[in-house]
Design a protein around this ligand. Structure first.
Ligand code: GLA
Length: 521
């Protein structure tokens, strides 16, 4: 029985017991047995009218409690106590999810007269809900549906250079709504970001409500009219992106596109959507995680988008599963695909993700890009030098430049980083050639990438925890530079600099970068 039917039948049962047959229904004490399967329904914090279900199974042994948290096919052991009506239990955490370490989930609350009330900690604070007993079946993911035979989805002709824009997740997570998207569209124009290439305004997870009787996906209270929002964004010369999952649920527990793939693609096209981020999430509870299965799953949506005849950028979010860059991402119709777990607004996260990408740089080509996740520039967790490294590295990698900060309150420094047109020009070079490592020594990484006009860009990065001397030797340049007079332009100082004799040397700040464009004079 699905959860809506469950809630409705529970309500009818209670009404029946209270007005008709008081004393005939099972007593509170008979129901007070904790043993069994439970669904904890917690309202989502944004007040969008949606709930998140958490399933678990409990077994009581005196005051001791044990059991398991059920997440799709994953079962995570639970242990705790029930004493004088106070209940407390916690999970043994799995090692990681999407590349992030997980902390134990702690449940705390009360159990009296068969009523189980629990609170848990979420990213946005403590949240509370009522748990209700369910069948074991209700805790399980749906059975897999047949997948299409593999084929190559034809290139949609989009994203000839890496996509640029803004996405709601890094800064707003569940707080994104119609008003914030509109004001972000206003800000991308008033700041001038649209003029330097940032045109996609992408709504990430938490916009969904459920489905109508015909199975059409509906936006929740935060998005009263998706078509009107798309019209507004388009009226500014911008494009609108949306988010879903091939699984039954998105990563934040909202409805995904499982069993509704073609219908959802048609809905998005009808609203005027221009970009879809399709995030694996609970799909992993239903299907295997190998390359042919993932290709079929992503191909189904790739094909469905194509069938709408609307140009929609297709962004695969699968955390680098099954070496997506080796071919199945492109075959499934993807314009970009995630190569890593989620980025965080911390040096360690950005550094680890960014520098792990160099070896993958040659797997991409126009229309089909590696995506090391969205930008954190301006979110406050890193220094300006670290954010310059973020922007420089993503541009050298030809990564999508999807800002993830609040564009309405940017400092001048943040603007100067996100809108450095010399650096953006590296990212958007019209004849993509991959970056390569020149040297790596004691935290100094030197990278070089050839550009369409015969010049090269060189990044001298300092990953160490102190300022350090960086050096780039003339002998590392391609043969065509040999014996020629050179122009060396510093892309962050916005000035020409000198190459002394056979090498360029500079002090590079801790976690900072010197980025040079070198051309023959
Ligand atoms: C995953 C993705 C993130 C974001 C969230 C939303 O973790 O990798 O980029 O979309 O889901 O729930």
């Amino acid at each position: 029985m699905n959860r809506f039917l469950r809630s409705a039948s529970g309500a009818i049962y209670l009404l029946f017991c209270s007005i008709m047959l008081w004393g005939f229904c099972p007593s509170a004490t008979a129901q007070s047995d904790l043993n069994g399967y439970w669904d904890l329904r917690i309202p989502n914090p944004s007040g969008d009218g949606t709930f998140r279900d958490t399933y678990f199974q409990l077994q009581q042994d005196g005051t001791a409690i044990h059991g398991q948290l059920i997440r799709g096919q994953q079962q995570i052991p639970i242990a705790g106590t029930l004493e004088n009506g106070s209940i407390h239990f916690a999970t043994q955490p799995p090692a990681s999810t999407n590349g992030r370490e997980q902390r134990p989930v702690v449940f705390e609350g009360s159990y009296a007269n068969g009523k189980l009330t629990l609170s848990i900690q979420r990213r946005d604070g403590t949240v509370q809900g009522l748990a209700e007993k369910v069948t074991e079946e209700a805790t399980q993911p749906p059975k897999p549906l047949p997948l299409p035979a593999l084929k190559d989805v034809p290139d949609n002709g989009l994203a000839r250079t890496p996509p640029m824009g803004w996405n709601s997740w890094n800064k707003f997570a569940g707080k994104v709504d119609d008003a914030s998207v509109r004001t972000m569209a206003d800000a991308i124009v008033s700041s001038g970001m649209n003029k330097v290439g940032y045109v996609y305004i992408n709504i990430d997870d938490t916009w969904e409500l459920g489905r109508d009787a015909a199975g059409n996906i509906l936006p929740n209270k935060k998005f009263p009219d998706m078509k009107a929002l798309a019209d507004y964004v388009h009226s500014k010369g911008l494009k609108l992106g949306i988010y879903s999952s091939p699984g039954p649920q998105t990563c934040a527990g909202y409805p995904g596109s499982f069993a509704h793939v073609q219908q959802d693609a048609a809905t998005y096209a009808g609203w005027g959507i221009d970009y879809l981020k399709y995030d694996l999430c609970s799909d992993r509870d239903v299907y295997k995680d190998d390359a042919p299965t993932l290709q079929a799953i992503y191909q189904e949506m790739g094909d469905a988008l194509r069938a709408t005849h609307r140009p929609i950028i297709y962004s695969l979010c699968e955390y680098g599963s099954a070496r997506v860059w080796e071919g199945w991402g492109e075959k499934s119709g993807g314009n970009l695909w995630r190569t890593t777990g989620d980025i965080e607004d911390k040096w360690e996260s950005m550094d680890k993700i960014g520098f792990s990408q160099i070896k993958l740089a040659s797997y991409v080509k126009p229309g089909h890009w590696n995506d090391p996740d969205m930008l954190e520039i301006g979110n406050g967790g890193m220094t300006a030098d670290e954010y310059r490294t973020h922007m420089s590295l993503w541009s050298l990698l030809a990564a999508p430049l999807i800002a993830g900060n609040d564009l309405r309150t940017m400092t001048d420094e943040t603007k100067s980083i996100l809108m450095n047109t010399d650096v953006i020009a590296i990212d958007q070079d019209p004849q993509f050639q991959p970056v390569a490592e020149v040297s790596s020594d004691a935290g100094i990484e030197v990278l070089m990438r050839p550009l369409h006009d015969g010049s090269v860009v060189v990044g001298i990065f300092n990953r160490s925890d102190d300022a350090a001397a960086g050096k780039f030797s003339r002998s590392s340049l391609p043969a065509s530079f040999s014996g020629k007079k050179l122009r060396v332009h510093d892309l962050w100082k916005h000035a020409d600099v000198a190459m002394d004799g056979d090498a360029f040397t500079a002090t590079v700040p801790k976690h900072g970068v010197v980025m040079l464009r070198i051309s023959v004079r």
